[in-house]
Ligand binder design. Structure first.
Ligand SMILES: Nc1ncnc2c1ncn2[C@@H]1O[C@H](COP(=O)(O)OP(=O)(O)OP(=O)(O)O)[C@@H](O)[C@H]1O
Ligand SMILES: [Mg+2]
Length: 304
């Protein structure tokens, strides 16, 4: 099957600075892929290359089999891009922003008008259709960015931090909306700093750090391989000295020594129990916390 997005040994420099350093990965058609990484990691740069907005020095990049350089138009036509920054023409109304976009992709005028009206309604922007984008609130601008990306009904939707600065209700609505698009067959490529959002939505995650791919796995695997469950021991009486034999476990002592927190790795639980028993300290209650993608992400980035 032809990948929706195929990136092979991509390297990109900004002058002397290597922003992307030999990355390779594919996104399958119909996939919901999350592309995560700290500020400046290279997410937007990668997206710019995939959408033909930025040049690159080495590698091959194709979209549904179309090379982004050689077949620029065909490759670009497959993608709806929701950029990180607002890049609207300040002289156009919301409706014109949508219909002009359709022009780039060859929609006929009547078709474009119909589609624009549909999307203005869907995104709750109908009343604002005659306003310039500067008169829209931040959340409305985000919605307009997404509506614009969908004008030509692309097979692939690339969203670069679509929920930045978006209120909770709109965020939930957007999640449902994007999930539904994906279920109907649209391939989704999402970047976000809300790791919880990626955990909820994405079936597979790529993590980029300083221009290199440092993880590429199904979401569940990434969570499980990066961190074990966290165990909390609530003690009947506080321990006053930290057991020497537990030093290797990096225990966290909380609540003045009445609570112990550690990762369930190897024989950690039995070691801690033994040490406590040896000191005559009783455990009152045990809590277990399932690790999240955020735990895995932080660990991965800190390790680097
Ligand atoms: N036009 C440019 N000219 C020079 N350097 C750039 C340019 N655009 C990005 N960079 C640099 O490339 C690196 C990657 O930037 P990029 O925007 O891809 O990061 P990002 O992962 O999208 O970060 P963020 O989460 O902050 O959006 C950064 O060090 C950035 O300063
Ligand atoms: Mg970015």
């Amino acid at each position: 099957m032809t990948p929706a997005i195929a990136i092979q040994h991509l390297t990109k420099f900004y002058r002397r600075f290597r922003a992307i350093d030999d990355i390779s990965f594919e996104v399958a058609p119909g996939e919901f892929f999350g592309f995560l990484g700290p500020n400046g990691a290279g997410k937007t740069t990668t997206i710019s290359v995939v959408t033909g907005l930025a040049n690159y020095q080495r590698g091959r990049v194709s979209v549904l089999g179309h090379d982004v350089r050689r077949d620029y138009r065909l490759a670009r036509a497959q993608i709806g891009l929701v950029p990180q920054e607002f890049n609207f023409d300040p002289f156009l109304s919301a409706e014109q922003i949508l219909t002009f976009e359709a022009g780039y992709f060859g929609l006929l005028r009547e078709e474009a008008r119909k589609r624009a009206h549909e999307l203005l309604n869907l995104f709750g922007l109908w009343d604002k259709r005659r306003e310039g984008y500067k008169k829209l609130s931040g959340g409305m601008k985000r919605r307009l960015l997404i509506a614009r990306a969908l004008m030509h009904q692309p097979k692939i939707l690339i969203l670069d931090e679509p929920t930045a600065g978006v209120d909770l209700e709109l965020r939930y609505w957007l999640w449902d909306f994007i999930r539904e698009l994906n279920q109907k067959g649209t391939t989704i490529f999402l970047t976000t700093h809300y790791i919880e959002e990626a955990e909820k939505l994405c079936s597979r995650i790529g993590v980029i750090h300083q221009g290199k791919i440092v993880a590429l796995e199904p979401t569940e695997n990434l969570i499980r391989t990066m961190s074990g469950e966290e165990v909390e021991f609530y003690l009947k009486n506080k321990i006053t000295e930290r057991p020497k034999e537990l030093e290797s476990l990096s225990l966290i002592y909380e609540d003045g020594g009445k609570k112990l927190r550690f990762e369930d790795k190897g024989d950690a639980i039995s070691k801690v129990l033994k040490a406590l028993c040896h000191r005559g300290t009783e455990v009152e209650r045990i809590g277990v916390r399932r690790p999240t993608l955020e735990d895995a992400f932080l660990k991965l980035i800190r390790k680097k």
